[in-house]
Ligand binder design. Structure first.
Ligand SMILES: Cc1cc2nc3c(=O)[nH]c(=O)nc-3n(C[C@H](O)[C@H](O)[C@H](O)COP(=O)(O)OP(=O)(O)OC[C@H]3O[C@@H](n4cnc5c(N)ncnc54)[C@H](O)[C@@H]3O)c2cc1C
Length: 235
């Protein structure tokens, strides 16, 4: 069994699945169980290039983890992953790392705010909540993306709405009209904060700099500071 390690662990890419044209799911298989807390990330090294990725899964099968990775134009590692790598490729992993994890006391309102592959750590946390049956008081997942086709794990999320009590899933599209919410993530938490009676809310923000900087500012305008906000900045 692997617990936290500062050494590189040998693993391999077991499967690659296209979730959307630009975002693929990579299933990683370890030789032994890989122990982590949902919300954490790992460092992935492929063909000498290393980058950090949030773990996007949690299952009873502890020697498997899933990553969801978006292709970045001319990105060094993502070009290798999307162009050259196939299932069976030997890779190395370091970790788990980070404390973007659930608080001990979950008798409070939890907000997960993300765009794109920033959904990854929340998917892992939700998988674990569903599996354990230990439900926090209330969760609001606000997930921003462009079009319906970009709604990562849409079916899984709809299923969790039924299986996890008080789980509110709010997908928001910025470039397509549909039956759900449109615009940006910011309007959604602003509405909830203004209209709901919240209990000691804790805000998790995950993704790229622009969304995170805006959200921090808007939450500060609403009266929340770093003691109520946890960040995972992708770049
Ligand atoms: C803790 C942590 C967890 C992460 N988890 C994930 C994850 O789960 N999924 C995931 O897809 N990425 C994740 N990332 C980002 C990832 O580490 C890489 O930065 C990303 O895959 C690009 O690597 P690259 O080598 O292809 O591009 P590089 O050659 O390193 O860089 C390309 C340039 O594009 C910028 N850039 C990269 N991605 C974007 C983007 N989407 N939008 C705008 N600018 C961008 C970078 O800042 C850089 O300037 C995470 C980063 C951190 C720090």
């Amino acid at each position: 069994m692997y617990t936290k390690s500062n050494n590189w662990l040998n693993a391999k890419i077991k499967a690659i699945k296209k979730l959307t044209k630009q975002t693929w799911k990579f299933t990683i298989q370890f030789d032994e169980d890989f122990i982590f807390t949902p919300g954490q990330f790992i460092t992935l090294k492929v063909r000498g290039v290393q980058r950090n990725y949030s773990i996007a899964s949690f299952s009873k099968n502890r020697n498997l983890i899933e990553l969801i990775i978006v292709k970045v134009e001319n990105g060094k590692l993502t070009t290798i992953l999307f162009r050259d790598v196939e299932p069976g490729e030997n890779i190395e992993i370091k970790g788990p790392k980070g404390n973007f994890t659930m608080p001990e006391n979950t008798n409070r309102d939890i907000f997960f705010i993300c765009t794109g592959t920033g959904l990854a750590p929340f998917k892992s946390i939700l998988d674990e909540i569903e599996l354990s049956g230990k439900y926090p008081k209330r969760i609001f997942l606000i997930f921003g993306t462009r079009t319906k086709n970009d709604l990562l794990f849409y079916d899984e999320m709809k299923k969790m709405v039924k299986s996890i009590p008080n789980f509110n899933y709010i997908p928001v599209l910025s470039r397509e009209n549909w039956e759900g919410e449109t615009g940006y993530v910011h309007q959604q938490y602003n509405n909830i904060v203004k209209n709901e009676k919240l209990q000691n809310p804790l805000f998790y923000l995950c993704g790229w700099r622009n969304m995170i900087v805006d959200a921090k500012q808007q939450l500060s305008n609403l009266g929340y500071d770093s003691s109520n906000i946890k960040l995972e900045l992708y770049g």
